[in-house]
Design a protein around this ligand. Sequence first.
Ligand SMILES: [Zn+2]
Length: 679
Amino acid sequence: MNKNRKYLVTAALPYANNFIHIGHIAGAYLPPDIFVRYKRLIGEDVIFISGSDEHGTAIEMASITEKISPREIIDRYHFANQKAFKDLGINFDIYSRTSNKIHHETAQEFFLNIFNKNILIEKTEKQLFSEKENRFLADRFVTGTCPVCGYEEARGDECPNCGSNLSPLELINPRSKITGDIPLVKESTHFYFPLGDFQNDLSDWLNGKKGWKQNVINYCKGWLKAGLRDRAISRDLDWGVKIPLKGYDGKVIYVWFEAPIGYISATKELFIERNEPEKWKDYWQNKDTKLIHFIGKDNIVFHSIIFPAMLMAHGDYILPDNVPANEFMNIGGEKLSKSKGNGILVKDITEKFSPDVIRYTLSSNFPETKDSEFTWKDLQVKNNSELAGILGNFVNRTVVFAKNKFDNKIPDLNKLSPADEVIFNYFKSQSGKLDELYDSFRFREALHNTMDCARAANKYFNDNEPWKSVKTDPEKCGSVIRVCLELCHSIAILINPFLPFTSEKILRILNVTDKDLKWQNIGKTVLVTGNSLGENMILFPQIEDSEIQKLEQQLEDGESVKSAPTHKALPQGIITVEDFKKVSLKVARVIECVPVPKSKKLLKLKLKIGDSEKQIVSGISEYYKPDELIGKLIVVVNNLVPSKLMGVDSDGMLLAAKLNGELRIVTIDGDIETGADVN
Ligand SMILES: [Zn+2]
């Protein structure tokens, strides 16, 4: 193991138009978090980078459909996903965003670098142009009739009915998806990256790779065999990184090209935050750094072929050392792909279960070599039989014994018995095996081997029967319990990559800091005789059948597998800004006010709101005389469904505060034009 080696670990940049689900976590986020935590335990220099991918047609399209700005879309998903990762203990050094200024600058520098080397190809091509919008239409912004099957709502890039790949010019009766406008055909220029020019270099580079997963190698070979072609790297969009050249207004760098550069921008940002603005170069421009991209299989081509070719073209950066892509984790047989938007969302599952139970269930079933499946039943079994039954049980029985028989203190350890030697050596040898498994990204097996240590610890406890020796040979009993407490500490180290929250809890139970939480301490004695233990706690409460049955039913009904709109996912009583903005509150002046005949409570008010007037009826006559209100500036809800009160039309509602039989209407402090928005 080379101690001077640096690791630059990245996790795929999630696209900021959806909430993260557990399939994403099992594919590209939990594996690198485990890897990074392990590397830190052995004392290696590692940084862990990710962030939101925030440009592209899908986000611009969503902003048009939802009638809000792209910024509002990306904010919604960026912050929610950042929190979801944090709640699961996915511990990035930085979770950045490609909408940040530093990314725009870095991506533009990258583009100019290869543009100035004359690597890029400029092509003039026919493209659809909307006169109404005064812009060229990117493929997703065009709809029309599919030339293959006749489906009338085909998209400019593909037909959702027959699955044909299309180009906008092939569509019959093309229309702008935004305005319905019939576009013209005009000539437009676009930049292309000549991927084919890098075919040989990529082949050589990939052939020199050892220790890559077979699925990744096979996938790359398939692409190389088919032959690499030029790829467009510019796009007609408003939302994105602008092409940094004169005469290319309305064009941005294609998102597939700029997004991976986000790894570089995020690293720069991290070290700016740390006040070492040049240090990012120690990672990206240092050939002793191992760059490792963790991704799902849908991203293999970008990270094993396209991005490496881009890095070769630029020339100042290292190439990936490994791309340990995972397959997919399925729920009920359906692929959890982010484009489909189904799956169990992280923000939902973390409300129900502790992060370590989720981490354990996903890790034990990582889709490392083939697709795997998640079930609620499996989560219950993993929690109750393995986490509680083996790991939790060992810690609990040891600590309870120390509490009851040794005054909650750490007993002395005499000379190690042969059995003690055996168990400590077993732990040490397991840690060696684990080194190999971690370095070859075999985390499922690593978890299994980790749990074998907890199994062996339970066996040691049983074989040494401290409940017998406590009566016959208290000193020997003390030694056994001390060994068990030391094993608890070793287990806290061993499980740390997978179960960081539990690891921390065990340290608290042992009443020690994390200063000895180092890989080299596995199978060693580090505790201090006579020190008090902390408070015991149940690490893994049982999960009941009824709870699991409820979740299974929900999954069947499709409830928790759909990507819910934001407001549905929020705690009860909490609304979003969008929710609040649905209410139109306006400043109004009371210009007339009279009682409603035959009513004890109602007043009829005529209001001036900007250029218009409206009438509302309000139940306030017990508190105000009509004359008192005339001339006042008040606040009304201006977009209520009109109603009738005692046969009188009311088109809105005024705001008032009411408590304990007292009522005061909300008025405006000072003067402002009527019709002003209140928000
Ligand atoms: Zn079709």
